[in-house]
Design a protein around this ligand. Structure first.
Ligand code: NAD
Ligand code: ZN
Length: 263
């Protein structure tokens, strides 16, 4: 049974999708920022989700943290090994594929589209996209002391620490933790993309983790329109169009609308 409330929200959702499609049609430069919500439907928990199993008494923020690694390197390393096991067989979901379609659509309409992600998984790449990673890569490692890349294969079942052959420092995931600087090139690229875009889309991010959360404001200050796709919209006043719903449903609907305008 469909209630009046359902009908109203379906109508307003469709209106929002049309507004978003119009903005994208008129844009020359598009910047998209994705967060953990984009990978949630692939079965990778966000940081706002409560952890389960072995690690349920810990908050993710307290582990993905430079101080935590300095104090308890074994614990943080074994949490990441656990996360790697959790993520290793996960596949892109319709949101990742729709974003790849959007990149192709933009290309065929001579629009510039930059995809920036806060995610450390590689699901955008698995779906065929090129993405700038602001927070590093779950599958890469480096030395916590001399910063050298550690490229030997890692056994994800092994939770003991590995040490650097150059300086004996502890090997850590090549991820940007709370309290650390973002990689300069990636950040510079993200800042330029946000500053120069006509439309900025924020998908599946709580917009709480800075400096990435500041990109939408930067875009807005330079006249861009802001679209948000979120299951629980952030209520941020700078947003012009809210697509309230799952990334894996809203993003494919948006690209379908754009493609149907081409026919
Ligand atoms: P977050 O956990 O703070 O917020 C996730 C957001 O996604 C929330 O606003 C939530 O309402 C929304 N959301 C949840 N499911 C959704 C869905 N199906 N469709 C649309 N929206 C949905 O994540 P964040 O903003 O990315 O920031 C936290 C940090 O966590 C980042 O630095 C990131 O590096 C890290 N992180 C990465 C991964 C990953 O790589 N997959 C997973 C967890 C956390
Ligand atoms: Zn080293």
């Amino acid at each position: 049974m469909t209630t009046d409330l359902d009908t109203t929200s379906i109508k307003s959702q469709y209106r929002a999708l049309q507004q978003a499609a119009t903005l994208l049609n008129n844009a020359r430069r598009i910047c998209i920022l994705t967060g953990a919500g984009v990978s949630a439907e692939s079965g990778i928990p966000t940081f706002r989700d409560k952890q389960t199993g072995l690690w349920e008494q810990y908050r993710a923020e307290d582990l993905a943290n430079i101080d935590a690694f300095e104090r308890h390197p074994e614990m943080v390393w074994s949490w990441y090994q656990w996360r790697r096991n959790l993520v290793k067989d996960k596949q892109p979901n319709p949101a990742h594929y729709a974003l790849n379609d959007l990149q192709q659509w933009a290309k065929s309409h001579s629009k510039n589209l930059e995809l920036i992600t806060q995610n450390v998984d590689d699901l955008h790449e698995q779906a065929g996209s090129y993405a700038t990673h602001l927070h590093g890569h779950l599958w890469k490692n480096k030395c916590s002391q001399c910063d050298a890349a550690y490229t030997d294969p890692i056994d994800y079942q092994q939770s003991e620490l590995i040490t650097c052959t150059l300086c004996n420092g502890n090997i850590r995931p090549d991820i940007v933790w709370f309290g650390e600087m973002l990689p300069q090139d990636a950040w510079q690229h993200a800042e330029n993309s946000a500053r120069n875009c006509d439309v900025f889309i924020s998908i599946g991010t709580s917009s709480l983790v800075y400096p990435a959360a500041g990109l939408a404001q930067l875009a807005k200050n330079n006249g861009a329109k802001i679209i948000e796709v979120n299951l629980n919209p952030t209520q941020n006043p700078l947003i012009d169009v809210v697509l309230a719903g799952k990334a894996g449903e809203m993003t494919p609907q948006l690209i379908k609308l754009l493609q149907s305008n081409d026919d």
